[in-house]
Design a protein around this ligand. Structure first.
Ligand code: GLY
Length: 411
């Protein structure tokens, strides 16, 4: 066994939440180490389509989530520019806008209801006729009922973002160890004082003699997404009430010399299509409660492609490049969990459910501020690990999964 000490914080999980939070902390002068059991882009980051869509992802009755989403959306342009300026390359960030279309009268009723709420809340969302929608996106199916343009929504390429963040982290003096799982906590009495890595971490040539590594740090940041609720080395009452929510996405590529069939994000009630700057199109996403199952199913792919074709028929001509399933970190109230945990030394940055990429800049600011002992952005109080809507679940810490539901494509 060997030991590494002197860190201000060790981050368990190297998705975009962990990488961005460690990067922001390193920029403030903290000595940080990120432990990732796979290779970035990992976990949900590797599967996410990268929509930055506070308006379109608006859910009824969740004002707190909207506040968090809008606050983070406002940080995105600057955040992306800073990551890119750190030498890690392009993130694919752009404010391309999103067009939500209603394919039939039922969908139009639902879209109208959502649009009324968007307007009531003062959000940028404009109802458009089908003709106007097709002027904006000529690849749309000829017959549909209407659409809503959310012009300020954007997108980023989460895989490119993860790689750029890893480079930015190193450039800021932070460390990243990949292929490194965590098997235990290190305790000074009741205070969490670091973590012990899995032996497999040390099969790498540079570490050949070491079995496990003890990493001592003033703070341990738990940012391992859907797995955070299963952190067996934490006492039960300190584990966040997070469960995995499966999602599948499909990647389509343009034929030689052609671009994507849309320049904006295009959504129906059952599918979203996110264009990348290089012409790729990401189709997402299923939403299922199936524990830690990440098998890509024929039914999931069929449903995504069928619904994509109903909106943008030209997808049929694109190259089917691949499909992947990942696990969103769901919480009982669908809000993230960011802040000090139930044991001293523990900081939580997890539970981002459908909004992990969007909420990355805000979460990173909040985690870096928590570690530095300075004020976090006020809105992050909505993600307080001790809020009543979590304590009700967290005290008992009942993370049994709801009964499996049939496949349900979700926009
Ligand atoms: N943000 C969309 C999703 O989780 O599918």
């Amino acid at each position: 066994m060997s030991e590494k000490s002197g860190f201000d914080a060790v981050f368990v999980g190297g998705g975009v939440i962990g990488l961005a939070s460690a990067w922001r902390a390193a920029q403030r002068g903290a000595r940080v180490l990120v432990l990732e059991r796979a290779e970035p882009p990992a976990g949900a980051t590797n599967v996410a389509a990268g929509m930055l869509a506070p308006v379109g992802e608006l859910t009824f009755g969740r004002r707190e989530l909207l506040d968090l989403a809008l606050a983070s959306a406002a940080l995105w342009a600057d955040f992306a520019a800073q990551v890119e300026a750190s030498g890690g390359g392009a993130t694919g960030f752009r404010r391309c806008g999103a067009l939500h279309v209603a394919l039939d009268r039922d969908e139009a009723g639902e879209l109208r209801r959502r649009h009324d709420l968007q307007r009531e809340l003062g959000l940028e969302a404009e109802w458009l006729t089908p003709t106007r929608c097709r002027e904006l996106e000529p690849g749309l199916v000829p017959n549909f009922v209407g659409g809503v343009l959310a012009g300020s929504e954007g997108a980023v390429d989460p895989r490119a973002l993860a790689l750029a963040l890893a480079a930015a982290l190193r450039e800021a003096g932070g460390e990243l160890r990949t292929g490194t799982g965590v098997v235990d906590g290190l305790w000074d009495g009741e205070r969490l004082a670091g973590v012990r890595t899995a032996p497999s971490a040390l099969t790498r040539p540079s570490d050949e003699l070491v079995q496990t590594l003890d990493v001592r740090a003033d703070a341990v940041v738990l940012c391992n997404g859907a797995w955070s609720g299963q952190t067996a080395w934490l006492p039960e009452e300190a584990r966040p009430p997070v469960r995995p929510v499966k999602g599948e996405t499909v990647e389509l590529r343009p034929r030689e010399g052609e671009g994507a069939p849309a320049s904006r994000i295009v959504c129906s009630e059952r599918v979203y299509l996110v264009p990348r700057p290089d012409g790729r199109l990401i189709v997402g996403a299923t939403q299922e409660e199936r524990g830690f199952d990440t098998v890509v199913t024929a039914g999931g792919v069929h449903e995504l492609l069928r619904e994509a074709y109903r909106v943008l028929p030209d997808v049929a001509e694109m190259e089917f490049f691949g499909t992947i399933a990942g696990l969103r970190p769901g919480t009982p109230d669908n809000l993230p969990i960011v802040g000090r945990g139930a044991v001293e030394g523990l900081v939580l940055a997890t539970g981002h459910f459908r909004n992990g990429i969007l909420l990355t800049p805000l979460t990173a600011e909040a985690v870096a501020a928590t570690l530095a002992g300075t004020a976090s952005p006020a809105v992050i109080a909505e993600a307080d690990p001790n809020r009543s809507s979590l304590v009700a679940h967290g005290a008992a810490n009942d993370r049994r999964l709801p009964a499996d539901r049939p496949l349900e494509a979700s926009r």
